[in-house]
Design a protein around this ligand. Structure first.
Ligand code: SF4
Length: 254
């Protein structure tokens, strides 16, 4: 198996997602490279070549709201069989400087073409200090937000954030956002986020943030760091039960 190919346009899929059913993907990021504020060791697109917390200098490579509207509308005119429309793609979707406008455009198209579909996002949680991003996120039906680690030290090793991004701020911002699903990718090997002490701290963070649900999974395809070890289903279930017992929050294994 290869590292996943980048998404070549604004629209991709629909993908039959384990979590979301038939989900149409939206890529607000460049079609030819990954642009992200993280450089996660497990990223299915490989290492991050453009590692930034500010995408404004890459505007020429990003879709405009008009391009986004055109691509999405022409897709939805020919295929309306979707359960979800999900912002994800070649990096962190909230880095797009017009993220909130994109959400507006999509909300109108949903109403017109696919009223049954829910609007969702997979985000790495790093842009929550921007009011336009928070405003856009609040208009979505489902916010699946990343929090892989229980401590800033492990966060540095697993997510390798841009230097301006601080772990404690992410935790605080996630708590303030409210009504979210936390998604955590668990990995083992030389770098691990499943050691007992780390899991205890991660559970404490979940208890503090109080998401409505937590989803955990491990890697299922080649990743940026090729020496990572998969965390088996039994171990994932054990972690899920421990977190559920401690917090009362539903923790699902995928
Ligand atoms: S946040 Fe997502 S896209 Fe960015 S490096 Fe991590 S896994 Fe890859």
């Amino acid at each position: 198996m290869q590292i996943l190919k980048l998404q070549e346009g604004v629209i991709y899929g629909p993908i039959d997602s384990r979590r979301l059913g038939r989900s149409l993907g939206i890529n607000l990021l460049p079609p030819t490279y990954k642009l992200c504020s993280f450089n996660c060791i497990y990223c299915q697109y490989g290492w991050t070549p453009v590692h930034t917390d500010d995408a404004s200098e890459f505007l020429d490579d990003l879709p405009t709201t008009d391009e986004f509207q055109e691509a999405t509308e022409s897709w939805l005119k020919k295929d309306r069989d979707v359960n979800y429309i999900t912002f994800s793609g070649n990096g962190e979707p909230c880095l797009h400087p017009q993220f909130d406008e994109m959400v507006e455009v999509l909300s109108k198209l949903r109403k017109k073409c696919v009223p049954q579909a829910k609007l969702a996002i997979l985000s790495n949680s790093t842009c929550l200090n921007r009011s336009n991003v928070v405003g856009g996120l609040k208009k979505l039906d489902v916010r699946i937000m990343k929090l892989d680690c229980g401590s800033g030290e492990t966060f540095q090793k697993v997510n390798r954030p841009h230097e301006n991004i601080k772990y404690e701020e992410i935790v605080e911002n996630l708590k303030n956002l409210g009504d979210i699903i936390i998604q955590s990718v668990l990995v083992d090997g030389e770098i691990s986020n499943i050691e007992d002490e780390e899991i205890e701290k991660w559970i404490e963070r979940l208890d503090y943030i109080k998401p409505r649900e937590v989803q955990i999974y491990s890697i299922d395809r080649p990743s940026a760091d090729q020496h990572l070890k998969l965390v088996g289903k039994d171990k994932l279930k054990e972690i899920a039960q421990k977190a559920e017992r401690a917090t009362g929050i539903s923790v699902k294994v995928f």
